[in-house]
Design a binder for this molecule. Structure first.
Ligand SMILES: Nc1ncnc2c1ncn2[C@@H]1O[C@H](COP(=O)(O)OP(=O)(O)OP(=O)(O)O)[C@@H](O)[C@H]1O
Ligand SMILES: Cc1ncc(COP(=O)(O)O)c(N)n1
Length: 273
């Protein structure tokens, strides 16, 4: 097959969310909406809905590694992302796979769900910082995650820039400190090791932001798989997640999911007009 005909493909290594707003399910929807073939390696199974996480079962690290090997030996991935990794042994297994397969990696350092329920064991933060971040092409912490990774309080844009530099010093080549948890506009700070820029968007007043971090990092991986440079991939992913939030279908009694196929819906509406 010629290079032009080759279909881009991306791998998500993350937890399953039964309500399908976050985790593996959000990642695969994002890949599909962006016309990238999605592969998955599941790290944990959660029983959750828009109100919270009821139960979680962590899979053995060998099974996570076996899933990654199975799909990469056969199909291959142009980019990969991690989400919920749950335990230090899973993080170490994923790091071994990333190094062995030389994956272009986006790390969403998921620590807790929007409901506050933990998705990473506290003792695993050290492995995330020491073992996985040095392998990351891009890392996308939200404010609480950036605070955990740096041990600093972060509120202002200047503090977000300082945190991005400190996380870059841990080995991640590009850092996006996300501002979804800010009180005012959801401005994200991007640092490529040399310069800073801001990813700006209006705040959409909604409670339906379940899985926004998963969707953003999956969109970055999808755009990388499609061949965009990192800065472009991050900017396009910001536009994608903003529209996904704007078109949220309003499901559930808590933090509902976002919408991935608004473009498709709009084109269908245009056809029937
Ligand atoms: N209400 C909102 N309106 C517009 N953009 C938002 C809103 N909330 C979050 N975002 C954007 O969505 C992206 C994800 O950011 P956020 O800080 O919510 O991540 P997160 O906390 O990791 O998400 P998750 O809840 O999935 O863990 C960022 O680009 C952020 O600026
Ligand atoms: C399996 C899984 N992975 C990630 C998240 C984080 O997403 P959010 O913070 O939006 O709940 C989640 N809730 N569940």
């Amino acid at each position: 097959m010629s290079e032009e005909q080759r279909h881009p493909r991306a791998l998500t290594i993350a937890g399953s969310d039964s309500s399908a707003g976050a985790g593996i399910q959000a990642d695969l929807k994002t890949f599909a909406a962006l016309e990238v073939y999605g592969l998955s390696a599941i790290t944990a199974i959660t029983a959750q809905n828009t109100l919270g996480v009821r139960a979680a079962f962590e899979l053995p690290p060998e099974l996570v590694e076996a899933q990654i090997d199975a799909v990469l030996e056969d199909i291959g991935a142009d980019a990969a992302k991690t989400g919920m990794l749950a335990t230090a042994p899973i993080i170490e297994a994923v790091a071994r796979s990333v190094a062995r397969w030389q994956l272009r990696l986006v790390v969403d350092p998921v620590m807790a769900a929007k409901s506050g329920d933990p998705l990473l064991r506290p003792e695993a933060v050290a492995a995330l910082r020491g073992v996985l971040l040095p392998l990351a092409e891009v890392v996308t912490p939200n404010l609480p995650e950036a605070e955990m990774l740096t041990g600093r309080h972060i509120e202002t844009l200047e503090e977000m820039r300082e945190a991005a530099r400190a996380i870059h010093d841990l080995g991640a080549r590009h850092v996006v400190v996300k501002g979804g948890h800010r009180l005012d506009a959801p401005i994200d700070v991007y640092f490529d090791g040399t310069g800073f820029s801001e990813l700006r968007a209006e705040r959409i007043e909604t409670r339906h932001t379940h899985g926004t971090g998963c969707t953003f990092s999956a969109a970055i991986a999808a755009f990388l798989a499609r061949g965009l440079a990192v800065a472009e991939a991050v900017a396009e992913a910001k536009r994608y997640v903003t529209e996904a939030i704007r078109h949220a279908p309003g499901l559930g009694h808590g933090h509902g999911p976002t919408e991935h196929f608004w473009q498709w819906k709009q084109s269908k509406e245009a056809q029937t007009r």
